[in-house]
Design a protein around this ligand. Sequence first.
Ligand code: F6P
Length: 535
Amino acid sequence: MDHLPDGRALGDAWQRLHELADVPHLRVLFDDDPGRAQRYVLDAVDLHVDYSKQRITDEVFDALVALGEAADVAGRREAMLSGEHINVTEDRAVLHTALRSAAGDSHVVDGDDVDHQVHVVLARMAEFAERVRSGEWEGGTGERIRTVVNIGIGGSHLGPEMAAIALDAYRHPEIRCRFVSNIDGADVAGVLADADPESTLFVVASKTFGTIETLTNATTCRRWLVAALGEDAVESHFVAVSTNAEKVSAFGIDTDNMFGFWDWVGGRYSLDSAIGLSLMIAIGPDRFEEMLAGFRAMDEHFATAPLDANLPVVMGLVGLWNNNVLGAETKAVLPYAQELARFPAYLQQLDMESNGKSVRLDGTRVTTATGPIVWGEPGTNGQHAFYQLLHQGTRLVPVDFIGFATPHHDLVEHHDLLMANLFAQAEALAFGRDNDAAPHRRFEGDRPSTTILAPQLTPSVLGQLVALYEHIVFVQGCVWGIDSFDQWGVELGKELANSITPELTGEPPDEGTARPSHDSSTAALIDWYRRRRRT
Ligand code: F6P
């Protein structure tokens, strides 16, 4: 029996769905219903989405919508959009939708006009981005900026990196973006080896400005810059994006060169805040605004469309069906667009950090599975790696295929082949082929997928796609009754790493702190490393 935080039962709605679990094969569903491919399609903004190859019937669809109603998705949506503190464990509003509010909108939350704050920062970002793009912003020796290095991790990295790759066709021809995230020195060393200090701008992006990876990488980059150009150059080669002005200043970055955001923006929901500064420099403020307009259009659809014609709601509910009723444990997102190479990694944080929870808002343990394992790679590469398991393995892996009508290159014959492969894979998964005598050559089919198509991967379409997945995650979190906006699960590992570091380096523990005691396995591993580490 599943419950909402306020105790109202969802049990009946789940019960109904479980009763409907025995759905005929997709072949039968299509044979019996010539209108299926027309009926299970939604168009929202520029996205054309076909979910007819999901293992659902009209009865299942109605029962899913009833589940969404019983979970009060519409009421929870209103609570989020109006700035209620729906992130209860951190007592925060959840207002990433305000980041793409239209100019002139006004929306007062906790006494602040959040839309106004957003537009003040966007204007500062645009002014700065234009100065960098035009060459007016000079480095310490008078060179223009040619390389922008974003130093951040998690939500302060994955969004800008994913989007910079996705929108490379719109990039300023003389400016390239590089990304440093991992504490592994190989990451920063690789980027610096290829950079010229005189023309490199570092954007240190961290919501908290307390993240060890980002501060360590930023310190290394600062040292590299000062060694080449001297201390005075820091001012024109380092800017910060953060909610924490004090820590930015303590790090040695002038807060005049800081772009702020707010605690009501979750890290994994921050691509369209100042965290997108490196992207804005690359594609320009106008293209960035087009991306925001795409987000906004999807937000409007999500806020206003009835549940049964609401794309994020329908995709979210279908995901629940696959996950909680059909038992799928993972979800593959397979973009047939090389530019979306980092989209699955971006979605991993968005979905798994949001919905990888096992406790409800009221502190009780969930009784259903929650967020799926999200993974994926661009097609057609994945076809030659893991699709074997998708077609003939024992596990059910629902797929989201993503494709575009027009590429950003002129190699039309490549694009036709690419799209032919997308359509073929979805068809083969759904319908299989069982007329071969040899069992190992049979494809049983009945493997569900949704196909998302759009005219082209423009900034607006990217904004629409990201907003779509943000809202899918929200809808699913509502039904599970969890807090999709905290991330306590990352804390324990961080704490333990902090306590282990001095043990590796042999530094005495801070006064008053005892050496942590470890299990015998961890103690032996630490000992193995200590005896071999390079000093
Ligand atoms: O790993 C946890 C996390 O807090 C993410 O939620 C966040 O996106 C990332 O670390 C980076 O945090 P920050 O932007 O504060 O450096």
